[in-house]
Design a protein around this ligand. Structure first.
Ligand code: AP5
Length: 226
């Protein structure tokens, strides 16, 4: 099963994808994480991507699509994939369909995390991420047991460079500009479900897991009766 999680910056895509990928043993493909890693390691891609990310703009499609093409061929993607932060526009969505098709895969479900702007701004301003393992925390909503220290690996927690109020606003503008067309594309072409993601993270997680389990039950029932 291959799943896309859509949603505004701060809607909880990363938080939900990490938990779900562990539960289902699916590959978690986050273009944001891959790009931040490239920036950190100062690779050619990272050098090209840095400026766009600092400004809250999208990195050019061809750079991001190249990442996906390589990543979905890895062994951990055989059982299933959760796409987090990809695709971001129609061009990326069409490219994803093409790449998956070439690898005998397809998009099975698209889950859209709906949030309000005041909620995502509060979430992004308080987000802290582990430098070592990438675990996501929030100073109020999901605080670490020891301030500034990761619960899982004791790594140092930091604030993402693009989580400054000015850049957050730019990221939300970019999202608003691209998202309506992207949602329309998936509403017309794929199984598209919207969830209210303003709720507590555990409630949202349960709703996503129920959807995935229903999908799997229906698919295996259809396969048995065929
Ligand atoms: P990316 O890393 O994808 O960032 P984003 O889409 O802006 O999303 P975020 O990671 O900010 O938010 P999230 O929805 O994952 O929320 P999270 O779970 O962390 O992209 C960054 C940049 O890279 C882009 O601006 C662009 O430049 C580039 N890029 C990436 N992909 C690209 C692509 N495909 N094409 C072109 N460019 C690309 O949660 C946020 C906070 O809220 C956390 O602190 C968390 O603890 C808390 N929280 C989560 N859920 C809840 C809840 N239910 N209740 C309370 N708090 C919650």
């Amino acid at each position: 099963m291959n799943l896309i999680i859509l949603g505004a910056p701060g809607s909880g895509k990363g938080t939900q994808s990490v938990k779900l990928s562990k539960e289902l043993s699916f590959a978690h493909i986050s273009t944001g994480d891959m790009l931040r890693e490239a920036v950190k390691n100062e690779t050619d891609l990272g050098k090209k991507a840095r400026e766009y990310m600092q400004k809250g703009q999208l990195v050019p499609d061809e750079l991001v699509i190249g990442l996906i093409d390589q990543r979905i061929k890895q062994k951990d993607a055989e059982r299933g994939i959760i796409f987090d932060g990809f695709p971001r526009n129609i061009n990326q969505a069409k490219s994803l369909d093409k790449i998956l098709n070439e690898n005998n895969k397809s998009v099975d479900t698209v889950i859209n995390l709906e949030t309000t702007e005041d909620v995502v701004i509060q979430r992004l301003c308080g987000r802290r991420v582990c430098k070592k393992c990438g675990a996501i925390f929030h100073i109020k909503n999901m605080p670490a047991k020891i301030e500034g220290v990761c619960d899982h690996c004791q790594g140092e927690l930091y604030q993402r460079a693009d989580d400054k109020e000015e850049t957050i606003k730019k990221r939300l503008d970019v999202y608003t500009k691209e998202n309506a067309a992207l949602m329309k594309f998936y509403q017309e072409n794929k199984k598209f479900i919207s969830l209210d993601a303003n709720h507590d993270a555990d409630i949202v997680y349960k709703e996503i897991l129920d959807l995935v389990n229903d999908y799997n039950k229906n698919t295996s029932r259809a396969a048995t009766s065929a």
